[in-house]
Design a protein around this ligand. Structure first.
Ligand SMILES: Cc1ncc(COP(=O)(O)O)c(C=O)c1O
Length: 319
């Protein structure tokens, strides 16, 4: 205990690293998996790191002035994280999203003081599903509003400060594992987490291997796309080149199915008491695959991205 904090942003980071001993006993793989419990950040996801990191870097660069609005176009974990950091730091937050998004996180962003701008879906679009065309509509509105409001455009998909903001977490992982991490696996969304950890860990030990995790049939970086495939692992698996990813950092590729990810989520909850979302299950399932193959006997680091509570409206934890 270090006494009290004076701003909610000070509660971000310094998350525990859990060695998955119970999962190992249950599944019988050789080696170790260390899980960075990033769902213990204030808005229950790793995105609190980039919300704080990118906003503070923008402040330092003079790109974001006191009281200036921040704009982003996601209602996902990044939206709630940016809403929290903006609330704590006194920046208005404008969140531009498609009408096709679910309402849960929208409510959380509003509760945290964010302003929601809903954008009509493209003609013929399906409610509850946001298509690429819907996203282009959202992007147009976001770009117009940035100009009109003079907001700082957070832009997690294009801004390299995204990956830089995960580097402190990777250093924590290294220290907490007492320098035992030999490999790292991460489900690619923007690629910010993958790049931040890969860069920081390889700086500490260039022999560390970084594996890109992708959904079965949508493994863009591995080069295995099966036309017509879709997936339910929220937060990534976009099957296209991500601006902030440098493929040179990828030492290997692991694919997981939605079923494998969901099964691992259930195992994590029941066996380890770790209540996590699908992409976290994907990361652990991928590490187990590697430990049953080329990485047998080695020590893996993975991130628990967000909390299972965010999936209550999905059928992930249906009995
Ligand atoms: C739950 C979840 N998992 C994984 C990711 C992917 O992380 P990154 O964007 O750093 O690649 C995200 C990103 O939105 C996410 O919300």
């Amino acid at each position: 205990m270090d006494g009290f904090i004076t701003c909610m942003t000070q509660a971000i980071g310094k998350t525990p690293l859990l060695r998955l001993d119970r999962l190992k006993a249950h599944l019988g793989y050789e080696g170790e998996i260390y899980a960075k419990l990033e769902q213990l950040n204030p808005t229950s996801s790793k995105k609190d790191r980039i919300a704080l990191g990118m906003i503070e870097i923008a402040e330092q660069k003079g790109l974001l002035k006191p009281g200036q609005p921040v704009l982003e176009m996601t209602s996902g974990n990044t939206g709630t994280a940016v809403a929290m950091v903006c609330s704590a730091k006194g920046h208005p937050f404008i969140c531009v999203i498609s009408k096709g998004n679910s309402v849960e996180r929208v409510k959380m962003i509003k509760a945290l003081g964010g302003q929601i701008v809903l954008v009509e879906q493209a003609p013929g679009a399906e409610m509850g599903k946001v298509s690429g065309e819907d996203m282009r509509y959202v992007e147009k509105v976001a770009e117009r509003l940035v100009k009109e409001t003079g907001a700082f455009y957070f832009n997690q998909f294009q801004n390299n400060d995204n990956s830089a903001s995960h580097e402190p977490a990777a250093l924590e992982m290294w220290v907490q594992s007492m320098g035992q991490i030999q490999a790292f696996a991460d489900f690619i969304g923007t690629g910010g987490t993958f790049m931040g950890y890969a860069r920081a860990l390889k700086r500490l030990n260039p022999a560390i291997r970084a594996y890109a995790v992708e959904p079965h049939g949508l493994a863009y970086y591995k080069g295995e796309i099966i036309p017509g495939t879709s997936h339910t692992i929220q937060g990534g698996g976009y099957a296209k080149d991500m601006v902030i990813v440098d493929k040179a950092y990828m030492d290997g590729f692991l694919t997981v199915s939605c079923e494998e990810s969901a099964e691992m989520c259930k195992n994590l909850a029941k066996i380890e008491g770790v209540f996590a979302g699908l992409s976290s299950g994907a990361n652990v399932a991928a590490a187990v695959k590697a430990l049953n193959g080329a990485e047998r006997g080695n020590h893996f680091g993975v991130v628990v991205n967000d909390c299972g509570l965010k999936y209550m409206s999905t059928d992930l934890f249906c009995l």
